[in-house]
Design a binder for this molecule. Sequence first.
Ligand code: ATP
Ligand code: MG
Length: 346
Amino acid sequence: MSRSIRLAVIPGDGIGQEVVAQGLKVLSAVLPQDVKLETQEYDLGAKRWHATGETLPDAEMASLKQHDAILLGAIGDPSVPSGVLERGLLLKLRFAFDHFVNLRPSKLFPNTSTPLAGRPDIDFIVVREGTEGPYTGNGGSLRTGTPHEVATEVSLNTAYGVERVVRDAYERAQVRPRKKLTLVHKNNVLVHAGHMWKNIFDKVGEEYPEVTTDYLHVDAATIFFVTQPERFDVIVTDNLFGDILTDLAAAVTGGIGLAASGNINPSGAFPSMFEPVHGSAPDIAGTGKADPTATILSVALLLRHLGYDAEAGRIEEAVAADLEARDGTARTTDEIGDALAGRVAG
Ligand code: ATP
Ligand code: MG
């Protein structure tokens, strides 16, 4: 295990700045003395775009690549036209660094407000494909803006891309206690891509005999997320279905303030990037109301990815204990960060 971490930090916009500060506070507190943490901050996001018109210049891309991992707060502001920062920065990073695994754990922590309060344990992870599906910009529009406009958005699926993410999901399922993997797709309607996904899922599964498998259409999966969330352990799905399912998962397991994610290149050829699921929340930026827990749990995912399992576990236990102790009194972003930093250090 490397005893130094070179971390690139992109605080970004709005509450991104505020929550990332807390994530770094907890990271410093949890790391053993002998691990050297080097951070480099990048000024990217809405402010930069307004000032210079740049989203993610090549020089910064090359510099980011030199790091072990990236911690991102949030990118986006209503003042920037939709798509500019998403395509120019977030998707650019995801494609350039080949983040083909988008990982989103969903766990029901104690004392969290959820429409499913009182349910048995909810503890599952969604492995969402990150580089294919309808997110490749493959399509076009004819007769744009006329009543006869025709627009296509082609979903791209390669055997290579599907196989590698399915394999990653089996690997993750194999080391969890329940060892269960569910494929979610819509292969009764999306027959071409759907059957390829199912065939590859079955074929790779032959190499993982201990893993129990299951298949659900995406519409059925949304029902079970709400009515029987405990049936899930690991879920693997395509880019678009994963996008929708993971927001639903966040909502049923305590809300957006707790949802963490990783954009991962499991080979380690490029730095993986960890970020809270929520956005820049301009409505509460600067008020101290942002909950930094999702970012702090993203730091735990980051540590686990780099092989610091014990430290990641300490953060997750601290979050569970902190939520258990919450009594409804409002705390500021900083106060929650301090409390968690205290718990992981103590
Ligand atoms: P994006 O397009 O970047 O995903 P969004 O429009 O989906 O952004 P968010 O920025 O995630 O929205 O905010 C959605 C709502 O959730 C807002 O009302 C915001 O205040 C709230 N919210 C988001 N993150 C947090 C947080 N960490 N703590 C408390 N409230 C939050
Ligand atoms: Mg959003």
